[in-house]
Write a protein that binds this ligand. Structure first.
Ligand code: NDP
Length: 244
């Protein structure tokens, strides 16, 4: 278990899904967690309440990461020290011919532009030895029809490597956690679809669909002091997806 006592962690998109599990895990490790959300205040309150009930510390901050001033709004509520940033919030996209120019801009705004400017705003508040963790996706290496979403995750993978090199002199690590198919609202189609679940389980070495906690535990690992020598990596967290 990581010892994150006296650390503060920002987790974007922590009202639901993977972000909620990451927030809960980092809080269980001892961090004070800033539970960011876009519009779902009730779900964000549930995340905070569950952390408090378990003896952890957390508070919620709203900011629409699609809007031009979203990142500024988020950082109006954050002060130093900010030790850990987890860029988790994201939106899915349509397929090739259904994608409009507005949707293209929206998906890039939430999935790429916001993480970039969150990092830019976070760095002056981050002590040396901090952690930046971006949540990507396996769709960077297996094909899906939702092209713009995949492109945004590819951008995060590229960002991580160069940023890790840029920040190395401050002992800040930058890693990219790349989940496989995981139960969440983004994958609501899987929930009541035993056939699809069986299909995914069948091409996963460990034989099941991922749970948000599987991803949260990997994020905790990368956030820990023991991960001090791991930087610039894309870490696939998928139970052994498509191994052959
Ligand atoms: P969900 O759709 O379940 O949750 C998305 C989160 O992002 C919510 O907290 C939501 O806030 C927030 N969000 C969405 N749009 C905005 C916005 N405009 N401004 C601010 N916040 C916003 O997603 P998952 O939990 O499934 O995904 C989490 C991460 O994991 C994403 O980066 C995703 O790409 C990645 N991933 C997920 C996989 C999966 O199988 N589930 C697989 C691979 C990667 P609110 O509740 O307020 O709307």
């Amino acid at each position: 278990m990581a010892d994150l006592r006296d650390k503060t962690a920002l987790v974007t998109g922590a009202s639901r899904g993977l972000g909620r599990a990451i927030a809960r895990r980092l809080a269980a490790d001892g961090a004070t967690v800033i539970v960011h959300y876009g519009s779902n205040a009730a779900k964000a309150s549930e995340t905070v309440a569950s952390i408090s009930a378990a003896g952890g510390k957390a508070y919620a901050v709203q900011a629409d990461l699609q809007s031009a001033d979203g990142v500024d709004k988020l950082f109006a509520e954050i002060s130093a020290p900010l030790d850990i940033v987890v860029n988790n919030a994201a939106v899915f996209s349509s397929t090739l011919f259904d994608t409009t120019v507005d949707e293209f801009d929206r998906v890039f705004a939430v999935n790429v532009k916001a993480p970039f400017f969150i990092i830019q705003k976070a760095l002056p508040l981050m002590p040396d030895g901090g952690r930046i963790i971006n949540i990507s996706s396996g769709v960077t290496w297996f094909a899906v029809p939702e092209l713009v979403y995949s492109m945004t995750k590819g951008a995060l993978n590229v960002l991580g490597r160069s940023l890790a090199n840029t920040l190395g002199d401050r002992q800040i690590t930058v890693n990219t956690v790349s989940p496989g198919t995981t139960h969440s609202d983004m994958n609501a189609w899987l929930r009541d679809n035993p056939e699809a679940q069986a299909g995914i389980s069948g091409i996963t070495a460990l034989g099941r669909v991922g749970e948000p906690e599987d991803i949260a535990d990997a994020v905790s690992l990368v956030a820990s002091a023991d991960a001090r020598w791991i930087t610039g990596e894309v870490i696939e967290v998928n139970g052994g997806f498509y191994l052959g």
